[in-house]
Design a binder for this molecule. Structure first.
Ligand code: ADP
Length: 515
């Protein structure tokens, strides 16, 4: 994949993921707002119903009083009665006749029965009715009005409501409303509208802000729901019902929490998939890069022995040499040596591909690990000493026989030793030590090389990790060595540990259990 295409792909992926998250957030916000609007309208409906109920209830008490009083009024022959009518036209075909009846009487209302009070009323009973008249198209004139006045005035709501307003308006609010009853009434109405949330309420004055009576937790905020509760004679509100819902946001949120959870879940899944595919793409790219490097290195490393073998076989074919057994032996040795080198390379390739596919299985036998370490030290000694370096050895482990795979164990010890050499810029000083701790065999390999920072330390055992900075970049490697070391140590049931400080060298501990 071309680098530019890859960059554009990542950019597009990131862009669309961010876009998707922003859109999701937008929709969630919309859903919350919609939920809030719906919630508000349900609360307002519950409030309207409460207010209606309270007013009707108050009116009913007056009805009760008046039903008796009116009876007396109707029966009293002497009560002066006036009925007036007034005709108004709405259009050429529609007319309204307004009938008003006035009754005057002096009565004393037994208000004391309910309010522990009494009321003198002088002019009290007036009622108004509007009768709509329509001209029939077939007739020239309006129909004659045939109205049963008694029936028309039967329920004098108008007057009664006016009177109730007037009368009740003179009472202190605490005598008109029982706060507990109002509270439970409102809660039952809320329940009817499927809202269950803590409620605090108050009846506020004309300014709609100052509470006249309130429940204990009531707070005046601009989030409160307010609606007129009682009116003055002139139809202006005299008291308001103010409702404060402390858990409003939580309640609305709980209504859409399922939607919210599902959205978050799917967004997280998409994010997870995005991260994994990005990681896989990057890794794939890195691996293919590494493989190319690896192939290049390999071809180079095969070229030299192949050339040497070719020269040696040519020499063997020549008569001058084939007659000389010493020379034949020498060239045969050269071929054998180069063959060994190539074999070693092939082994390494096989091992790496096995390791990459997690296909390594151990072939265990009883191994003397002290001896194995000594062998590995020997195979690197020349290289170290050629660089004016020294290897210090101290084999303290007394119990040194382990059931282990000698091939892989030898490889990993060599790997750590090679790293100690590779990452020591000049004259490597390598300290090799073995000892026993709690039924374990420990191989400690310390160098005084470039060391590692804390950030690097956390990643050295990851496959393909290489700290590619400064000098290190010049050091050849595939970033597989330590991952392989850790894998093999763990296959043996052991642990690997590393201590290091930038500039102060590194120490690796390979801890293997003795069974
Ligand atoms: P590589 O093939 O790069 O050596 P390894 O897996 O062996 O891969 O090591 C991974 C990285 O760990 C190296 O690239 C290097 O940065 C760091 N590292 C390993 N051993 C040492 C050491 N002895 N001193 C400093 N850094 C080391």
């Amino acid at each position: 994949m071309k680098a530019k295409f890859f960059k554009i792909l990542i950019l597009l992926m990131t862009f669309s993921i961010i876009g998707l998250i922003v859109v999701q957030l937008y929709w969630l916000n919309q859903a919350f707002r919609q939920g809030e609007n719906e919630f508000n309208s349900r609360v307002m409906k519950a409030m309207d119903e409460t207010v209606q109920f309270v007013n009707q209830n108050e009116l009913n008490q007056y009805y009760k009083l008046f039903n008796e009083t009116r009876k007396t009024m109707k029966d009293s022959v002497n009560a002066p009665q006036v009925i007036t009518s007034q005709i108004e036209s709405d259009s050429a075909n529609v007319k309204y006749v307004y009938l008003t009846r006035y009754m005057m009487d002096k009565i004393v209302l037994p208000v004391s029965g309910i309010y522990d009070d009494s009321l003198n009323v002088t002019e009290m009973y007036s009622a108004e009715r509007a009768i709509k008249l329509k001209k029939d198209s077939s007739l020239q004139h309006f129909q004659p009005i045939d109205v049963n006045l008694e029936a028309e005035f039967k329920d004098a709501n108008y007057t009664l409501e006016r009177f109730a307003r007037f009368d009740a308006g003179n009472k202190p609010i605490s005598r008109r409303i029982d706060l507990n009853k109002l509270d439970s009434l409102f809660k039952s109405k809320l329940k009817k509208w499927h809202i269950e949330t803590p409620v605090e309420l108050a009846v506020t004055n004309e300014d709609s802000l100052t509470p006249a009576i309130k429940t204990q937790g009531f707070i005046q905020t601009n989030q409160n729901y307010i609606t007129p509760l009682f009116y003055h004679k002139d139809d202006k509100p005299s008291y308001y019902l103010s409702v404060y819902l402390p858990s409003k946001k939580k309640t609305i949120f709980s209504n859409i929490s399922a939607l919210f959870a599902v959205t978050i879940l799917f967004t997280l899944i998409i994010l997870g998939i995005y991260a994994t595919s990005l990681w896989a793409m990057l890794r794939q790219r890195q691996i293919s890069q590494l493989k190319t490097d690896f192939m290049n290195n390999m071809t180079h490393e095969f070229k030299t022995p192949l050339a040497t073998i070719s020269v040696a076989t040519d020499a063997l074919k020549s008569k001058m040499i084939s007659g000389d057994p010493e020379k034949v032996k020498h060239y045969a040795n050269v071929i054998k040596q180069e063959n060994k080198r190539m074999n070693h390379q092939v082994e390494m390739v096989l091992r790496m591909s096995q390791f990459e596919r997690n296909e390594i299985s151990l072939e265990k036998s009883i191994v003397n690990v002290n001896d194995l370490v000594k062998q590995s030290v020997e195979s690197i000694r020349l290289i170290v000493e050629n660089r004016n370096g020294t290897i210090f050895e101290n084999y303290k482990a007394e119990r040194d026989e382990l059931s282990a795979d000698s091939l892989h164990l030898g490889n990993i010890i060599l790997n750590v030793l090679e790293n100690a050499n590779k990452y020591s810029p000049d004259s490597p000083q390598i300290n090799v030590e073995t000892y026993n701790v709690n039924n374990n065999f420990v191989i400690k390999i310390a160098d005084k090389g470039i060391g590692m920072s804390k950030a690097v330390l956390g990643k050295v055992f990851d496959k393909f990790y290489r700290e590619e900075t400064g000098n290190v970049h010049n050091v050849k490697g595939h970033g597989l060595g330590l991952a392989y070391v850790k894998y093999i140590v763990e296959l043996h049931g052991g642990e690997i540990d590393v201590e290091s400080e930038k500039g102060n060298g590194s120490t690796f501990y390979l801890k293997l259990p003795i069974k």
